[in-house]
Ligand binder design. Structure first.
Ligand SMILES: [Zn+2]
Length: 148
């Protein structure tokens, strides 16, 4: 197993009608990536799909993939394409289940959102909303998951 220290939460930033297979196909076939963006994809009904072995690097956060596990829920935008936290209750429960499972296997992993990799421009120790280079996963993952 590679050395992992962080779980990164993403949204798909697309339709909630998409499936995990649609997203993997998009990464591998349309974008022609060598590996998909996420290890786990959580479908709107709470179905957890393991899309890539955690032992292998996925393609979720440029420059950080070696030591992270990427988890994505399907959703994250409204009908107009605006960022929104539209996780279903089943997805919220499934994300927690994945975090617990991964921590039981790999120890006390940190949990952050993709947007938390934005540069801390004013160096105050946190990524403020104006510093975010993207909204993914469209909610604040650090306070929500680091206390579970
Ligand atoms: Zn992301």
């Amino acid at each position: 197993m590679r050395k992992v220290d962080t779980i990164v939460i993403h949204c798909s930033a697309g339709s909630q009608k998409a499936t995990a297979a649609d997203i993997v196909n998009y990464h591998l076939k349309n974008l022609k990536w060598q590996r998909p963006g996420y290890h786990y994809i959580i479908e709107p009904d709470g179905n957890i799909v393991n899309t890539w072995p955690v032992e292998r690097i996925s393609n979720g956060v440029k420059g950080h993939n070696e030591h992270i596990i990427n988890v994505c829920y399907i959703g994250g935008i409204d009908a107009k394409g605006k960022a929104v936290d539209n996780r279903t209750a089943s997805q919220k429960a499934a994300i927690i289940a994945v975090i617990r499972e991964l921590r039981s296997r790999f120890g006390s992993l940190k949990v952050v959102g993709h947007r938390d990799f934005s540069p801390d421009v004013n160096r105050n120790g946190i990524v403020d909303p104006w510093e975010r280079i993207k909204e993914c996963p469209c909610f604040d993952a650090i306070p929500e998951y680091n206390k579970i």
